[in-house]
Design a binder for this molecule. Structure first.
Ligand code: GLU
Length: 447
């Protein structure tokens, strides 16, 4: 088994691409199969190195490993050879129509209520006409001659049996005027050459697949050599298209927003799988349950709020050992396992640790209004060592002494000790703040 992720480096990866990436990678990992990163960069005008670099960075960030990396722009010889094979067998023919002419034909067909299928006019050109075009300096683009009599059918892992009549498709362009291969050709050549077994991609590629199956056959391969899974594209939470919003849902943006990579793996890996809504803290645990069969043909709804909730849940569940390195990266270096246990239920993002970390380990300026109450509180501070029972002991004593209760009793203490009106339970963080800081803060001192 061998799989690939084949992004076109013409933009940044967004959550939609990431889902395709992950489903391929999960399938590979689950089966100990090879997984290859292939840059489909034959569109020289739109492909950019900065996207190639960022895609590598994104994969690294997500923890996605791959055994090999290919770039189609390094393999042009291979596509030229395949084009020659097709020309020699009469399956690739030159066309000289300009874009405007093609547009015009299409519009006319549509206005006559006919499907806008290419009329194969180029196949009827005489040798003289071709010579004339050449003499005028026109260079042709090249189309693949489909077997229009054939039905194309395959068992799709997401959609079940799919069948198409070739006559409904235009002969696809495989080489541009400048000789550059189009993805339809280069993708097939590579999938055959690389020995790919599973092609998992968005269902916007379904009609490509119908065409590519004929192309595979024309090149000596077979569509039966592959398992195709065309995954429905993500929609917005209202069921509408996500495409307009995808620009702001880049992996790069999610990283900047401090969404944890594992939350993305867990969320996108369970999205569209009705039998699994768990939040996973490790790829290993996720893979135990992963089965491509659980992903059907209904379009999964992406919601940023749900991703955030998964992130929150992930932080609630993740062990200190697992998150330690990330905490270090963010500069939270002296966090103990006990402190992590105390705060992990109060985080939406890992960066929220900062507020709690500052309260326990850095200096803050307390909010103190009622100095008399603070003085009483100072006098009644319990003996050390402090535990999670200390808060109760302290506030009970204060209640008895002052007659205060509820908000009046607790809020001034919270404001003095944390400089905030809300946060984690005081009984949990008091031992971490410790007596020294507590005493100073009750006196209104920065500590
Ligand atoms: N480069 C194509 C894309 O990004 C690859 C599709 C495929 O997986 O074959 O859509």
């Amino acid at each position: 088994m061998k799989l690939r992720f084949a992004p076109s480096p013409t933009g940044y990866l967004h959550v939609g691409n990431a889902r395709t990436l992950l489903l391929n990678w999960f399938q590979a990992k689950k089966n100990n199969a090879e997984f290859v990163l292939r840059f489909d960069d034959t569109d020289q005008e739109r492909s950019e190195d900065k996207y190639v670099d960022q895609i590598r960075t994104d994969l690294h960030w997500l923890g996605i490993d791959y055994s090999n990396e290919l770039k189609q722009s390094d393999r042009l010889d291979l596509y030229a050879r395949a084009a020659k094979t097709l020309k020699d067998s009469g399956r690739l023919y030159p066309c000289y129509e300009t874009k405007n002419e093609l547009d015009f034909k299409r519009k006319r067909q549509l206005s006559q209520g006919r499907p806008p299928v290419y009329d194969r006019a180029a196949l009827r050109l005489s040798q003289e006409e071709i010579k004339e075009f050449e003499a005028e300096g026109s260079t042709p683009h090249w189309r693949f001659k489909l077997d229009q009599e054939a039905s194309i059918t395959w068992e799709d892992a997401a959609h079940g049996t799919l069948t198409f009549e070739a006559k409904h498709f235009s002969d696809p362009i495989l080489l541009r005027e400048n000789g550059a291969p189009v993805y339809t050709l280069s993708g097939v050549v590579d999938d055959l050459d690389m020995g790919i077994t599973h092609i998992i991609r968005g269902d916007d590629h379904i009609s490509n697949t119908a065409i590519q199956i004929q192309l595979m056959e024309a090149l000596g391969g077979s569509g039966n050599d592959f398992i195709f899974a065309h995954m429905p594209l993500l929609t917005g939470s209202d069921g509408g298209g996500l495409s307009k919003r995808l620009g702001s849902l880049g992996l790069k943006d999610l990283k900047e927003q401090q969404v944890e990579p594992m939350s993305i793996l867990s969320y996108l890996g369970t999205l569209g799988n009705s039998s699994d809504a768990e939040t996973y803290t490790s790829t290993e645990a996720f893979l135990e349950k992963f089965d491509l069969k659980n992903f059907g043909k209904s379009a999964p709804k992406f919601s940023m709020e749900d991703l955030e909730r998964t992130n929150e849940k992930f932080l609630q569940l993740v062990s200190f050992d697992q998150i330690k390195e990330r905490l270090n990266q963010l500069g939270f270096t002296n966090i103990t396992p006990e402190f992590w246990l105390t705060i992990q239920g109060n985080l939406k993002y890992l960066t929220d640790v900062k507020e709690l970390y500052d309260i326990c380990y850095n200096n803050i300026t307390p909010h103190v209004e009622d100095q008399d109450y603070m003085a009483t509180a100072l006098n009644l501070l319990p003996e050390t060592p402090w535990t999670t029972d200390t808060w109760k002991e302290w506030t009970c004593a204060l209640k008895e002494k002052t007659g205060r209760k509820g908000r009046e009793l607790f809020m001034p203490l919270r404001q003095a000790l944390t400089a905030a009106n809300h946060g984690p339970e005081m009984k949990n963080i008091l031992p971490f703040i410790g007596p020294e800081k507590t005493m100073k803060r009750l006196k209104g001192e920065t500590a």
